[in-house]
Write a protein that binds this ligand. Structure first.
Ligand SMILES: [Zn+2]
Length: 163
């Protein structure tokens, strides 16, 4: 799942478009919500899904100010360190593609994958998502540069849709 964040009255290129995959956006939005208590409950909830929630220009500017403040004090980087420390303690997840078995569940998909990858079916015995282990590390990521880029987008966006 990806998130396309579109500026509604962009001041040039940096404010027109911002994209994150879900593993990046969801932790970023969570951080924004923790630090921007002026957002409404509805804005907060809908920002976690592709529901085209609209954040108006005044709120976009307040978010940008708050993020720039936290970036300047080093709090964003501290949060990044904290986030990764917590992530390291989280157990592996069960692979969603093979449901933990490490093998393809669907013979037709396996055959299509083999054709697409130019492999024999024997060469792609294992689930390609987890390489046959049945487990995956959590994917969520949070890093300072992503917050910087979003703050720049946010300031120039004129308000934005989260879709
Ligand atoms: Zn798997």
């Amino acid at each position: 799942m990806g998130f396309d964040i579109s500026g509604t009255k962009p001041e040039g290129e940096p404010g027109s478009y911002f994209r994150n995959n879900g593993n990046l956006w969801l932790p970023l939005w969570s951080y924004i919500c923790q630090n921007c208590k002026f957002l409404t409950d509805e804005e907060i909830d809908r920002g976690y899904s592709n529901s085209y929630e609209w954040i108006d220009e005044a709120s976009a500017l307040r978010i940008a100010d708050r993020l720039d403040e936290r970036l300047a004090t080093g709090e964003v980087t501290e949060y990044e360190i904290y986030f990764n420390r917590v992530k390291d303690t989280v157990p592996d997840k069960t692979c969603h593609l093979c449901e933990g078995g490490g093998k393809w569940l669907d013979a037709a998909f396996k055959a299509a994958w083999a054709r697409a990858e130019n492999l024999t079916e024997a060469e792609c015995e294992n689930c390609p998502q987890c390489n046959g282990t049945g487990k995956l590390r959590p994917f969520e990521r949070f890093f300072t540069e992503n917050v910087q880029e979003f703050a720049i987008f946010c300031r120039a966006s004129g308000g934005f849709y989260i879709g």
